[in-house]
Design a protein around this ligand. Structure first.
Ligand code: AHR
Length: 328
């Protein structure tokens, strides 16, 4: 039989041993979570709620993020495809907040309607990079916007249209997704610079897709026919759809001048074939910058609030030489 004294002694020894184990576990846990300022790519869980797969541009953007996540050796990429639906993107962001990711990089399908979910991310202490298109939410609700200057792209497109129609004329516009930073910015920039002697007869959305651009172009041709001298098309996928409709209606390359945006291989081929007369660049290869900015934010470093991509305009005379070097 154990005496009361021995039982008390045994209990005291067990308590001491348990306390020792607990502090050892805490030490291990502390060692697993680096101090802010010393995170590496291997610590990063990055959320990328992609908006969809509507265009070659988007496919290249998704590939860039996935490839660079691998190249930089990040711990985990949580990637989803919202199929161009804002409600799907919002659910994906909420799921990432629930998983307590390190950074959310969000390419928003439209500009409005992000305030609530961005506030939730901010309250959870998760930094947010707005990628590609812009949002109308207060800039205090996110950390950085990284992407193209869509207004400038529109201005560049108008300069090309002015050059191609020096005596003026009538044009139609194939608009991207209504309410998206890309389409609204391009449309505003275009109108800002377009010469007074060029009239925009009509503007309809093709939602940045080839499939939707075909019936819209058919309807333009039916309604305005030979009145149309030019088309401003918000991306190369819609330009390829429009060209299909023009071919089917018996048009030849150059009958209607086309200014497009993106600079995809498809756009380059259409320039070589004589259909597109100028292609304004929009660069989707944002993977390296997204991941480097994400790490800087994890480490509490200062990052510029807006980082715009340096872009150019491509022309048919250079297309054949450049097409093989295009990465998208
Ligand atoms: O936001 C970028 C735009 O989105 C690209 O111009 C277009 O191709 C894509 O769908």
């Amino acid at each position: 039989m154990l005496s009361i004294k021995k039982i008390i002694l045994l209990l005291a020894i067990s308590a001491l041993l348990l306390a020792g184990c607990a502090s050892a576990t805490e030490a291990v846990e502390e060692a697993e979570e680096p101090e802010q300022g010393s995170y590496t790519y291997a610590d990063m869980v990055l959320c990328y709620p992609q908006l969809g797969a509507e265009s070659d541009w988007r496919t290249a953007n998704s590939a860039s993020i996935k490839q660079e996540a691998e190249n930089y050796g990040i711990k985990q990429l949580i990637f989803s495809d919202a199929q161009q639906k804002q409600e799907n993107q919002i659910s994906a962001v909420r799921s990432c907040i629930a998983q307590d990711v390190d950074v959310i990089a969000l390419p928003p399908v439209v500009e409005d309607g992000w305030d609530a979910v961005l506030t939730e991310a901010k309250d959870a202490g998760i930094p947010v990079i707005i990628v590609d298109r812009s949002v109308s939410a207060d800039p205090s609700l996110y950390d950085v916007h990284l992407g193209s200057d869509m207004f400038l792209e529109g201005q560049r497109a108008a300069e090309e249209m002015n050059r191609l129609l020096p005596d003026g004329g009538n044009i139609v516009e194939l608009f991207g997704t209504v309410g998206s930073g890309a389409a609204e910015g391009r449309a505003d920039g275009f109108r800002d610079v377009l010469d007074d002697n060029i009239t925009i007869l009509d503007s309809q959305t093709g939602n940045f897709t080839r499939a939707e651009a075909i019936p819209v172009t058919e309807a333009f041709l039916k309604k305005y026919g030979d009145e149309i001298d030019g088309m401003f098309i918000h991306n190369d996928d819609m330009a390829i759809g429009a060209i299909e409709a023009l071919k089917a209606a018996g048009y030849n390359p150059g009958d209607i001048v086309i200014v497009s945006v993106d600079g995809t291989r498809g756009g380059f081929q259409a320039m070589i074939d004589g259909w597109i007369q100028a292609d304004v660049e929009c660069n989707p290869l944002l993977g390296p910058q997204v991941i480097e900015i994400a790490l800087a934010l994890m480490n509490g470093e200062e990052v510029d609030a807006e980082i715009l991509t340096n872009e150019t305009v491509y022309y048919p005379e250079d297309a054949a030489d450049l097409i093989d070097s295009r990465q998208y």
